[in-house]
Design a binder for this molecule. Sequence first.
Ligand code: C2O
Ligand code: CU
Ligand code: CU
Length: 498
Amino acid sequence: MKRRKFIKNTGFGAGSILTGSSVVSFLTACDNNDMMNGGGMNMGGQSVSVTEGKFSRMLPVPKTVKDNAILTAQATSATINGNAVSVLGYQANGILGPIIRINSGIKASINFQNNLSEKSNIHWHGLKIPANMDGHPEDVVNPGSNFNYQFSVNQRAGLCWYHPHPDGATARQAFQGLAGLFIINDAEEAALKLPSGMYEIPLVIQDKRFSSSGITYSPSTGEVMTGYMGETITVNGEVSPFAEVTTRFYRLRILNGSNARIYNLALSNNADLIIIGNDGGLLKSPSIVKNILLAPGERLDVLVNFAGLNAGTEVFLESKEINNAGNAQGKQGFKILKFKITQTVNDSFTVPVSLSSFATVSPSSSSKTRNFIINAMQMGGSMNMTGMHRINGKTYDKNRIDETVAANTTEIWVFDNSQGDEPHPMHLHGVHFQVWERSGGRGQLIPSESGWKDTVLVMPGETVKIIIPFSTLTGVFVFHCHNLEHEDDGMMLQYQLT
Ligand code: C2O
Ligand code: CU
Ligand code: CU
């Protein structure tokens, strides 16, 4: 049964077309679990409408630190939209954490101090580092304790990020403010002389749900189904901010740090987005688009050109509607960030024709294909209201290794959402992969999927094949849906590289 359609067609309690015992027990389970929340329940994946702010506050940019950072997770207060808001941060008096910027080849030593009242840890999303430094969900740091994450950064320039990953609490801790950017630079990138300094703008896009005093995280069962979405869009922790720019090229380093919300990014003046990189670093060559999807966990490296615009002009980074993204996503367009053009300048930058060279991995180098059905949900009589999201019928079990992979081999993994009705951004720890093929749904790859990736969006109806060259970093890693409610609900398995 297609769960979403069932719910949409019947409505909770309508009972008009209830047939079959599974449906009856499903509703009984709902009743027993007392899932009614106030004015109704978000059981079947309704979308959460965005309310735009005023775009009257300056875009904050997190401070930058180097390879020797201290990150202190704590409950603290941040000034957001002019109000003092209770948040979680990696420092006192602020949401999020600093931008860690490191040259490839450097050894990082990052001291994590857990001053939360619960377990936490740090996962370095996009970094190819040993399993014992990766922030596995069971590798947690107790309240009041610390852990020194030490690893060498041996990978191409790119935009990675970090966030907590404790089993069952990842979504809430991230939503309440724990996340940060991790930028790797290298010589190949430097030679391109891309816009830098104040012309390189990091953008962490997140939707939040605010109460009068804090960030509310209390997903209903329906919001576990859809993922938890907020009405308010923040960038770098501020609500609907603006950035002042001049008439030149800018490099936007964009992370979708939302738990569940997918964005269809575009500029309000219909100007080009010049895609130069993604999760895994620079593409081979730039790709020009008018809009592009960015799912939770994914990153984009984009050049935009404000040349030719008059001072005083306002251009918005916005999200357009999204087709066929399930019942809860993409129903509405909204503005995210305002660019205010302040003055006219000369700009001699030209977009490089070629950006990076790397091999395209051939499917013929794969020694094994693994198939993962990612739409599985049990609607049987014994259903309880957790573990609704599964991979091959399984939910996360720390004591079970789901896949054993030989080090230094290349494999094809297939994520099959052909029967599913929800989007799932699938993410692997410990590797970068190339996206080989998408069938069903959109039926093709999008330009940001042409390079190296660590997260790939699998829309309803789609099957996506990726090619993964595994490293020699043996150990146990997780792979999961990066809709963090799905992940915490169990849509996460383990592979062991041996
Ligand atoms: Cu950003 Cu396991 O995740
Ligand atoms: Cu990750
Ligand atoms: Cu999912």
